[in-house]
Design a protein around this ligand. Structure first.
Ligand SMILES: Cc1cc2nc3c(=O)[nH]c(=O)nc-3n(C[C@H](O)[C@H](O)[C@H](O)COP(=O)(O)O)c2cc1C
Length: 179
């Protein structure tokens, strides 16, 4: 096999992996799940996330949902492309999370926030990022503030390889939101 063929096979495999990852992301971002507290319900929360390539943003959303559940909230955990993400009626809390790609939130999250009808509920945004100085959560918060929605908590969580990292930081995020 000559070198050109080897390079072709390498690039082809890389493209295939990218396409498969993208397709898996699209499928995961259409899914949703409802998590109910074991005791009496104190309120309802909607967490909308883009699962990204490595799943950290969804893991963060899942940790937050566990915390809200133990605080008595019924939580809808909704991928950004799911129908559940769009219907914000009846919720007391809205949290939106995105990975940072190319110094921004994902296009899906930006579109979701831009298309969101202004609602008067407690709102928070978070991002996961590899860089110290790129705060896509600030871009997300700005989109909501531009439509006069108040963002109570806006946080960037540091990047961890293949995961969301320490659970405690997500508990602190929820504690600030509920304070
Ligand atoms: C293709 C790609 C592009 C990225 N671009 C940025 C970036 O511009 N700025 C940044 O801070 N982090 C960047 N990151 C790091 C991700 O934001 C970080 O790994 C995050 O945890 C990914 O979330 P996820 O696990 O939900 O996919 C990038 C990661 C990947 C894979």
């Amino acid at each position: 096999m000559d070198i050109l063929m080897l390079i072709g096979v390498f690039i082809g495999s890389l493209l295939l992996i990218l396409i498969i990852s993208w397709l898996i992301g699209v499928i995961r971002s259409k899914s949703s799940q409802i998590i109910k507290p074991s005791r009496e319900t104190r309120g309802k929360a909607l967490i909308v996330y883009d699962p990204g390539f490595t799943g950290g943003t969804k893991t963060a959303a899942t940790y937050m949902a566990e915390d809200l559940k133990s605080n008595g909230y019924e939580v809808t955990l909704a991928g950004v492309r799911s129908t559940e993400a769009v219907d914000t009626a009846g919720y007391d809390l809205l949290i939106v999370g995105s990975p940072t790609y190319g110094a921004k939130p994902t296009g899906q999250v930006e579109n979701y926030l831009k298309n969101l009808k202004p609602i008067n509920i407690i709102t928070a945004v978070y991002s996961l990022a590899g860089s110290e100085d790129q705060d896509s959560n600030a871009i997300m918060a700005q989109i909501l503030e531009d439509k006069n929605m108040k963002v109570k908590v806006s946080t960037k969580f540091g990047h961890t390889v293949w995961g969301a990292g320490d659970k405690n930081k997500y508990s602190q995020f929820i504690a600030r939101l509920l304070s």
